[in-house]
Each structure stands twice: as structure tokens, then as C-alpha cells.
Design a protein around this ligand. Structure first.
Ligand code: FAD
Length: 533
């Protein structure tokens, strides 16, 4: 008989550590394995500026391109941005009632929200340790509000568990903690862990487990008023002659484990999602709009770059000028900073080293979809007492996110009713990409009513976004693997003669605004050093 040895990859190993020991231990492990670096931001960038007049052409007016323009102009460079779209912001965008967008394939995405709700198809939350983003929000005057990532009253749901009834996050978490504490206490009391824990520590651990897991004097996780204080009540404490309070009933361990809801809890474990998280007031585009207030005079919109040529003295950029009926034009400069996503850049004619060309072609882009639905009233608040946060499900809509603003207000409100990226082999994101916009809304309604039956009575309109049908990004973000990084990352970020690349794909924090900013700041710093060498 052959024996199969399990050789986990770094990622599998991290997932296992996360499941068994929780987020803090996982973060420790991630740091030592080279993932999850905290932001490398150490304060505003300081550039020497050019010794004489120097032109810099920046390609792309997303956050990376605009931040670079903002800093380089302040340092004395003559800056210009070429942007394909008629808007700035790139992937940082917000849809509101009246917005229209034509996706690849020709379908029109209509957003017909009647109220003041909005939808962020891309970025929507800011980890508290993304210091560059916070520093620019402060400097540019972007007001922030808390983003409720984890709300104990939101749901975990499996279509095949608990008769399809969603369970409160707080209930699942308290039950799991209680059952694991009971098991651990049993092992300690049976002496199973005597080799691992000293007698003195054993007593301390048992005492702690009693508190932490809400165990009774026999170290059992069972119904009690103490548990009610932690898990909540079936009959909540009232006033006057109202009914006597009654603690809620915990779920048994086996159905919880079988349900898979426990695994959904790990959506909240990541260091990146550590509370508190934040979001700009009024929509994510507040951040890029704030940059635009400073640099919009530098942007040539409707300019689709098709060729990047360069020699020792400078660059020459060819672009199709949408403002002039698609006329081909050329701009020259001393330096070029290109933030065009690799998925698009790989299709352009670029003068660069063979190694850089291979790097540009090497990184695949993840797929992602989102659907947003507007409802007549905030039934999730009024009926289900869910004030902000996210519910998770094993249905292919994956998550429902509730607005963190306008609590308990009357009138329509918007849910982010489906969202996932094609990580961890979740290929159903491609099914969402292949649907028409109308089919996506119908699918989100069909699936979502299993969690919120109020959907049918309250639905007003919906909209959606699938990132592989966006011609200026052709995907969600650069999906690096360890091997790809080892082979191509440094080449991709190096200055190639007069050209340097930046954007989330040139960072160790891909798929986050922080990564885009840090990559832009690092690129312009190196350009500035080269200029002054
Ligand atoms: C679904 C999703 C969820 C996300 N969630 C978060 C989150 O919660 N928090 C967070 O911080 N980040 C999040 N991100 C990541 C964040 O959106 C990106 O890191 C960031 O917006 C990328 O900025 P960028 O400047 O690097 O690139 P982009 O914003 O893509 O800018 C590139 C620009 O280049 C332009 N361009 C393309 N082709 C051409 C051409 N041929 N000629 C001229 N211009 C061209 C594009 O129009 C675009 O404006 C998310 C992203 C997605 C897609």
C-alpha cells in the first residue's frame, strides 16, 4: 500500500492555521511566510524635483496615476495624464441613479436607483492599516465613516443546513467558541495535554476557558442566564410585567460542523478585515474625485493609448483621441509612468526589454462580479435588525452587504446583493460574467430571497458589474502566484530606460488602493532619483 503524504502549499498551510488558531495566529504565520505585509507607507513622499524642465506622461487616471501626477507636479515636473475613459478614477468608481455604462458585448448597464443609495462596483472598504490611503484622505479632505465588516446580527447561511434558515453570526461564533472550549477543557481534565501545558498553566487555562466559552461549573457548554448575557435571549429582558427573560438555545456541535457555517466565519478573520474598517462618506469615488480636484487640469480624457515608444532621450506615446473622432495623435515626454492594467497593456505595442514584456504577459487577472439591488424599505433593519455588515451564504451570490449609512431612514435603500472574486477556484464568477445584466439581477433575486424572503415584495430595480467585461481593465486585479512573483515581479517594477510601470499590479498589496498608491509613490521616487543621478 502506498502512503500519500500531505505537502500543503503555503496558502493551504495558512488556511489551516487560520481555521484552527484564528486570525491572530494566521497573521503571525502570514508575516513570517512573506504575505500580508503591513503597509510600507512611512509618510508623504519627498521628491527633489527636476534640475531643468522635465515632462512626464502618465498613462491612466486611476488612483495610481493621479497620485503620481499630484506629487510630481508639486515637485516641479511638467505632468500630463492620458486617460482612455471620459472619467477619472479607474476601478475606484461609484454608480448612482441615472448612470449608464456599456460593457463589452454591447449590453447597457443601467442604474435606475430612485433613492440616494449608491453602489461601489470595485473598492468599497478600507483596512485601518492602509496608511497611505488614510493619509491622502486626510490631506485631500475626504470624510470617512466606519464600514461595518462584521455584524453579529448578520447571517451565515447554507441552503443545506438548518432547513435553509440563516443563522446569526454571533450565535454561530459563540457556539463554536463554547464547544471548542468544552472539548479543550475535557482534554485538559483528562490529562491529554499534560505534556503541552504545565500544571499551573492548566488551571489558568481551565479558568479562562470557563469565561471565554461560557462553560458551567462542570465545564459544559449549556443553556444558562450567563450564556444569555453573551449569546443573547430567546425572550429578551423587558420592563414592568413583561415576560421573564429566557436565554437562547445553543446549536449542537455536530450540525454546526456539518453545516459549513463555521468556515464562513473565517471571512472575518483576515488581518485586512480587522475592525474597524472605513469607507468614504457618499461612495468610494470620493477619494479619486478628491485627487481630480487637484489634477483634473492635467488629464486628457478619451485618449486611448495604443503605442509606447522610447529611446535613451525620452518617450513617444501614440493614442487615439476620442475627442477628435478617433484621430491618432502623439505626445512626447522625458519620462513615462504607465498605470494601465497589465491585462490591457499586454495588447499594446510597447518598447521595453524582452524580460519586461514577458512579465507584462505573465500575470492573469482575476474575475469578479457584483450585483446591487434597490428596495422600497430597509427590511433588513426593520424586520431582521441587521444594521450594516455582511451576510455570507454558500449560494453562488456568496455575500449580501448592508449599507452602513442612513440607518432606519424611510424610503428606498440599496444592498450589495452579490459579490465574489474568482479566488480559491470559485469558478462560478465566470457564470455571472456570461449572464446578461437582466439575468444577473434575476439570479441575485432568485438566490437572495432564500435568505431575505422580503425581496419579492420590496424590489425596485437592480444593477450589476462584471470586471471581465470592462474593456479598460479586462478583469479585477493581477492574480500573482509565488512562482510568478519570483520570476517576474522585480523586472515588472524596474525602470526600463524611460518607462516605469505602476498600479496595484506592481505592489505586494494587489487588489487594494493602498497597493496602487505605494507602487506609484515608489515608482516616482525612483524616477526622481534617476533624474537627479
Ligand atoms: C471588485 C473589486 C473590489 C475591490 N475592493 C477593494 C477594496 O475594498 N478596498 C481597496 O482599497 N481596494 C479594492 N480594490 C482594488 C482597487 O480598486 C484597485 O487597487 C485600484 O482602484 C487600482 O487603481 P490603479 O490606479 O492601479 O488602476 P486603475 O484604477 O485600473 O487605473 C488604470 C487606468 O488606466 C486607464 N486605461 C486603461 N487602458 C488604457 C489605455 N489604453 N489608454 C489610456 N488609459 C487606459 C483606465 O481607464 C483606468 O482609469 C477592489 C478592486 C475590485 C475590482
Amino acid at each position: 500500500m502506498t502512503s500519500t503524504r500531505f505537502n500543503p502549499s503555503r496558502r493551504q498551510l495558512l488556511a489551516m492555521i487560520g481555521k484552527v488558531a484564528g486570525g491572530a495566529a494566521m497573521y503571525q504565520a502570514m508575516t513570517s511566510l512573506g504575505f500580508a505585509q503591513t503597509s510600507g507607507y512611512s509618510g508623504a513622499v519627498s521628491l527633489q524635483g527636476p534640475r531643468e524642465g522635465r515632462r512626464v506622461l502618465i498613462l491612466g487616471a486611476g488612483i495610481a496615476g493621479m497620485a503620481a501626477a499630484y506629487e510630481m507636479r508639486r515637485a516641479g515636473y511638467e505632468v500630463r495624464i492620458l486617460e482612455y475613459q471620459a472619467r477619472q478614477g479607474g476601478r475606484c468608481l461609484t454608480l448612482r441613479g441615472g448612470d449608464r455604462y456599456t460593457e463589452m458585448g454591447g449590453h447597457e448597464i443601467a442604474c435606475d436607483f430612485q433613492g440616494d443609495g449608491y453602489f461601489n462596483p470595485g473598492p468599497w472598504r478600507l483596512p485601518v492599516h492602509h496608511r497611505a490611503v488614510f493619509d491622502y484622505c486626510r490631506r485631500l479632505g475626504v470624510p470617512l465613516q466606519p464600514f461595518i465588516n462584521k455584524n453579529n446580527k448578520a447571517y451565515l447561511h447554507s441552503a443545506s443546513a438548518f432547513d435553509g434558515q440563516p443563522q446569526r453570526i454571533g450565535h454561530v461564533e459563540t457556539d463554536m467558541r463554547g464547544h471548542v472550549s468544552e472539548l479543550l477543557a475535557k482534554s485538559l481534565n483528562q490529562g491529554d495535554l499534560d505534556n503541552a501545558v504545565s500544571a499551573e498553566d492548566r488551571e489558568k487555562l481551565l479558568e479562562g476557558l470557563k469565561e471565554w466559552g461560557v462553560l458551567d461549573s462542570d465545564y459544559r457548554y449549556s443553556v444558562s442566564d450567563d450564556l444569555g448575557e453573551v449569546r443573547g435571549w430567546d425572550i429578551r429582558p423587558g420592563g414592568g410585567l413583561m415576560a421573564e427573560k429566557s436565554p437562547s438555545q445553543p446549536n449542537d456541535l455536530s450540525p454546526l460542523l456539518q453545516s459549513g457555517l463555521w468556515e464562513q466565519l473565517f471571512n472575518f478573520n483576515d488581518y485586512l478585515f480587522e475592525p474597524p474598517m472605513f469607507e468614504p462618506v457618499g461612495g468610494m469615488d470620493a477619494i479619486t474625485d478628491a485627487f481630480a480636484r487637484d489634477v483634473s487640469d492635467l488629464i486628457r480624457f478619451n485618449a486611448r493609448v495604443t503605442r509606447i515608444a522610447q529611446n535613451e532621450n525620452g518617450v513617444s506615446i501614440t493614442y487615439e483621441d476620442g475627442g477628435r473622432g478617433g484621430e491618432m495623435r502623439e505626445e512626447t515626454a522625458d519620462w513615462c509612468l504607465c498605470t494601465i492594467p497589465l491585462s490591457v497593456l499586454v495588447q499594446l505595442d510597447v518598447d521595453c526589454s524582452d524580460a519586461m514584456r514577458r512579465a507584462i504577459a505573465a500575470v492573469p487577472y482575476a474575475s469578479a462580479f457584483k450585483v446591487a439591488l434597490e428596495f422600497r424599505r430597509r427590511f433588513w433593519e426593520q424586520d431582521d435588525w441587521i444594521m450594516g455588515g455582511i451576510s455570507y451564504t454558500d449560494l453562488p451570490l456568496v455575500q449580501i452587504a448592508y449599507p452602513n449609512y442612513g440607518f432606519l431612514s424611510d424610503g428606498p435603500a440599496v444592498l450589495q446583493a452579490a459579490y465574489d472574486t474568482a479566488t480559491a477556484g470559485r469558478t462560478f464568477t465566470y457564470s455571472w460574467s456570461s449572464m446578461t445584466p437582466q439575468e444577473r439581477i434575476e439570479a441575485a433575486l432568485e438566490l437572495g430571497r432564500q435568505i431575505h424572503p422580503q425581496y419579492d415584495a420590496e424590489f425596485m430595480s437592480g444593477t450589476s458589474w462584471v470586471w471581465h467585461r470592462v474593456d479598460w481593465s479586462l478583469g479585477c486585479y493581477g492574480q500573482w502566484t509565488d512562482d510568478l512573483r519570483d520570476e517576474h515581479y522585480e523586472t515588472l517594477c524596474e525602470i526600463d530606460n524611460r518607462l516605469v510601470l505602476a498600479g496595484e499590479h506592481c505592489s505586494h498589496i494587489p487588489a487594494w488602493l493602498e497597493g496602487s498608491l505605494l507602487s506609484a509613490l515608489d515608482a516616482i521616487k525612483r524616477l526622481d532619483q534617476r533624474e537627479n543621478a
